[in-house]
Design a protein around this ligand. Structure first.
Ligand SMILES: C[S@@+](CC[C@H](N)C(=O)[O-])C[C@H]1O[C@@H](n2cnc3c(N)ncnc32)[C@H](O)[C@@H]1O
Length: 181
């Protein structure tokens, strides 16, 4: 990512206060998320979902390109008493997924899209692990290079068992399970 883009994200993350919360576009399907084991969240922003996952019992590895966001996420985890279950890291996803954790029971990517990461995210799942993705979409929204095309998520993750998927009003989401062997 360019330095200019990184600074823009830093500025956005300086505003607003965070509190633990399920990822909004996936809030109706969080009953499908595991409550124990290891989670990897990419593009975690200020850590609201990561800390929410840690409070549910998961060991969370979360990353974002913005140092401001990661600083806020670490403070939120401290305030909520789950810093011991959260590993936050500044990481640019243009370089691929972070190397940790090596396998995950849950991979979460909420409102960030990079189709180059679809394969690696699926491969990071433990057998039976859950992938949860939400992104801007052209379905019911405007066309654009940051938006998933209609049907993109089910197509990209066809080798997983799709548990829930939808697209409307400019959003697409999916929860899918890795094969158990
Ligand atoms: C729309 S926000 C979503 C944040 C969070 N997942 C949420 O739903 O609140 C997109 C996030 O992606 C991060 N981001 C953008 N480009 C990135 C990159 N190349 N590598 C890692 N994070 C990136 C931004 O800093 C921002 O936190």
């Amino acid at each position: 990512m360019s330095e200019e883009d990184r600074r823009r994200w830093d500025e956005r993350h300086r505003e607003g206060g965070g509190r633990p919360a399920p990822p909004p576009v996936l809030a109706h399907v969080v009953h499908l998320f595991p409550t124990e084991g290891t989670a990897m969240e990419v593009a975690c922003g200020r850590g609201e979902a990561a800390v929410w996952l840690a409070r549910r019992g998961l060991e969370v590895w979360a990353s974002d390109v913005s140092e401001v966001a990661i600083g806020a996420a670490r403070r939120l985890a401290e305030r909520c008493g789950v810093a011991h279950r959260c590993q936050f890291q500044v990481h640019d996803l243009d370089d691929g997924l972070p190397s940790e954790p090596p396998v995950a029971d849950l991979v979460l990517c909420h409102m960030f899209r990079d189709p180059r990461l679809y394969g690696p995210m699926a491969e990071r799942l433990r057998p039976g692990g859950i992938l949860a993705v939400a992104t801007l979409s052209e379905a019911g929204g405007e066309p654009g290079r940051f938006r998933a095309r209609p049907g993109e998520l089910p197509d990209a993750f066809a080798r997983l068992e799709i548990l829930e998927a939808g697209e409307s009003e400019g959003r697409a989401w999916m929860v899918a399970r890795a094969p158990s062997t």
